[in-house]
Design a protein around this ligand. Structure first.
Ligand code: 13P
Length: 250
């Protein structure tokens, strides 16, 4: 099923000042060129570091992404960043619909509008879906994720421009990753939905995110339907993130 190499993506969230961020990106970029693991790698630093990191890694294999964008192209939106600004800073991808933003009130319709804005600016959306613990415990995990997926995709998006991350909210930052059976089942569900929603849905990468570490990366990356991982905490440590990439490229 995996036609392309796994994608090992790092979401730095609200972490990283210039010196540390620059060093982390430089170390990863150099290691990627030297080691050539059989994976693609993406880092999503905070927006303040995008331009500098993108400039220092331009032409190399390390891909650079942003963590959110506004749905409008410009205007009176104090504190927000448009997709074109992020593309201009050097991002090629943008994470959208992360649960840490959905929790602030962002619904799937807004995620779809942001994804449309991203595409118009030449950014590829990486859209996150995932159920809360209450939704899982009340038996509506599949229903929740299906609805998020259906409502978060902008009209006409091509599967090749899209990446989905299944990130169960209860697994994020908790040290408690979803078990293999749950991940495989949810990825199969997402794949069925994508095949239904998009002309070439099978070619869309589906990542898993939530407490991925070097200790569990190999087991997760070899599950059926898993095309990579979206890593939070462990992506901030160079050695851990490299170890996860090695698990994917083994
Ligand atoms: P952790 O890897 O820290 O659990 O975070 C996952 C995540 O939210 C990635 O977007």
């Amino acid at each position: 099923m995996n036609k392309r190499p796994p994608l090992i993506a790092g979401n730095w969230k609200m972490n990283g000042l210039r010196t540390g961020g620059r060093n982390l990106a430089r170390s990863l970029a150099g290691w990627l060129v030297e080691t050539r693991p059989a994976v693609e790698m993406l880092i999503c630093p905070p927006a303040t570091l995008l331009a500098e990191i993108a400039a220092s890694t331009v032409g190399g294999p390390l891909r650079i992404g942003a963590q959110d964008c506004h749905e409008q192209t410009s205007g009176a939106h104090t504190g927000s960043l448009s997709a074109a600004m992020l593309a201009d800073a050097g991002a090629g991808v943008v994470i959208l619909g992360h649960s840490e933003r959905r929790r602030l009130g962002e619904d799937s319709a807004l995620v779809a509008a942001k994804a449309a804005a991203a595409l118009a600016a030449g950014l590829r959306p990486l859209i996150c879906v995932g159920e809360t613990l209450v939704e899982r415990e009340t038996g509506i995990a599949a229903q929740t994720v299906t609805a998020q997926l259906r409502d978060s995709l902008p009209p006409g998006i091509a599967a090749t421009d899209l990446t989905i991350a299944y990130e169960p909210v209860w697994a994020i930052g908790t040290g408690r990753h979803a078990d293999g059976a749950t991940i495989a089942e949810m990825h199969a569900l997402i794949r069925r939905e994508l095949a239904d929603l998009l002309a070439d849905g099978a070619s869309c990468r589906v990542l898993y995110g939530g407490s991925v570490t070097p200790a569990n990366a190999d087991a997760i990356l070899t599950l059926p339907g898993v095309d990579g991982v979206l890593v939070g905490g462990a992506s901030l440590d160079t050695e851990s993130f490299k170890a996860i990439a090695m698990a994917g490229g083994a």
